[in-house]
Write a protein that binds this ligand. Structure first.
Ligand code: SAM
Length: 344
């Protein structure tokens, strides 16, 4: 816990979020995909999904006018670091920080580059197989930021860097509803995708609830899903993140075809059929299953088999079929230019 003084805390009366938006002329920037939550019952509900915040450290990403920020403070967080890119929100956040003395630290910056590994005291750190640390990340970010951010944080999780230097830091984040469905999709679901495997091999992923688009101002085109992530003590696949990502990306590139079609593209054209057969055999995976039908243990077996082949074939890990295609295309063009040269 961040503080030994666990006196219940309530923010003093403040202008409403709607009034803050008017007071500081915080018109939502469409280009930045800003959509605000003004209903405190909803922001409280999002924050409750993180668990008990009393006395904890929290990082809120993209606080904007501060609705979720207020709910985090009212939930009793002892230390709240907010990272906001748009400087128009800083005065409103300062007002909030004055109402909760010593609790709020404001960073104007980009969460995609901000060093969260330096954002909190080292005493918070728990070992990986211990319970999660008293540190939570919460955020309602634009959709174009939340997807690259979760990919980055999954990679950080796999090598215990970034916010995971403190241990198995929990995340409560919003996504476009379709992305939330992909993150949590189970074997056989039509939403099953690369994102499902990458998230679920590293975390327990829980779909919390859906917020209808009409709850936001301005209203986005889509509904929003709240998703909670707890890193697993033991990842379900014990291979480097990049290797897992490569296998999963290739398998899913032909979603409707048998899975061996995608696996083939992991290998140079000359050895493609032979090596695919070797990999499918070693993994003991039915090559006629469709990508969405593959279970996590199938993906584990495929990643292990691919890693084994990479250890036997130098250069295989860095092989990229697109590069082979590009070179082939260039050679073909160079050949046709040569044959068109006039004979003098
Ligand atoms: N959390 C507020 C709410 O729920 O009402 C605002 C949500 S709005 C969808 C997203 C917020 O994230 C905006 O305040 C925006 O400026 C901020 N933001 C966008 N990209 C960001 C980034 N890369 N780093 C930090 N904040 C960012």
């Amino acid at each position: 816990m961040a503080s030994s003084k666990l006196v219940p805390f309530r923010l003093p009366p403040l202008p409403t979020i709607g009034e803050i938006i008017k007071l500081y002329k915080l018109r939502a920037e469409k280009q930045l995909s800003q959509n605000f939550l003004l209903d405190m019952r909803l922001t409280d509900k999002i924050v409750r999904q993180a668990g008990n915040l009393r006395g904890t450290h929290v990082c809120e990403v993209g606080p904007g006018p501060g609705g979720i920020t207020r709910s985090i403070l009212n939930a009793g967080a002892a230390d709240l670091l907010v990272v906001e890119k748009d400087n128009r929100f800083i005065p409103g956040l300062k007002l909030l920080s004055e109402a909760a003395p010593g609790k709020v630290r404001i960073i104007q910056g980009d969460i995609l580059t901000y060093r969260l590994d330096r954002g909190f005291p080292k005493v918070l750190t728990k070992t990986w197989d211990d319970d999660p640390p008293d540190l939570h990340i919460i955020g309602n970010l634009p959709f174009n930021v939340s997807t690259p951010l979760i990919i980055k944080w999954l990679e950080n999780m796999s090598n215990r860097s970034g916010p995971f230097v403190y241990g198995r830091t929990r995340l409560t984040l919003t996504f476009q509803k379709e992305v939330a469905e992909r993150l949590t999709a189970s074997t056989g679901s039509v939403q099953r995708s690369r994102l499902s495997i990458m998230a679920q091999y590293l975390c327990t992923v829980k779909s919390c609830f859906t917020i209808p688009g009409r709850a936001f101002i301005p209203k986005p085109e889509v509904d929003v899903g709240v998703v909670h992530f707890t890193p697993l003590v033991q990842p379900q696949i014990q291979q480097p993140f990049k290797l897992v990502e490569k296998v999963v990306r290739n398998v899913f590139q032909f979603r409707r075809k048998h899975c061996h079609k995608g696996v083939q593209m992991l290998f140079p054209e000359a050895e493609r059929l032979e090596m695919t057969e070797a990999m499918m055999c070693k993994a003991d995976v039915d090559p006629t299953l469709r990508p969405i039908q593959l279970s996590m243990s199938n993906f584990r077996a495929l990643a292990d088999a691919y890693s084994h082949l990479c250890s036997e074939h130098q250069g295989l890990l860095t092989y990229d079929f697109r590069e082979e295609l590009r070179l082939k295309h260039l050679n073909r063009r160079a050949g046709s230019v040569r044959t068109q040269q006039p004979v003098c």
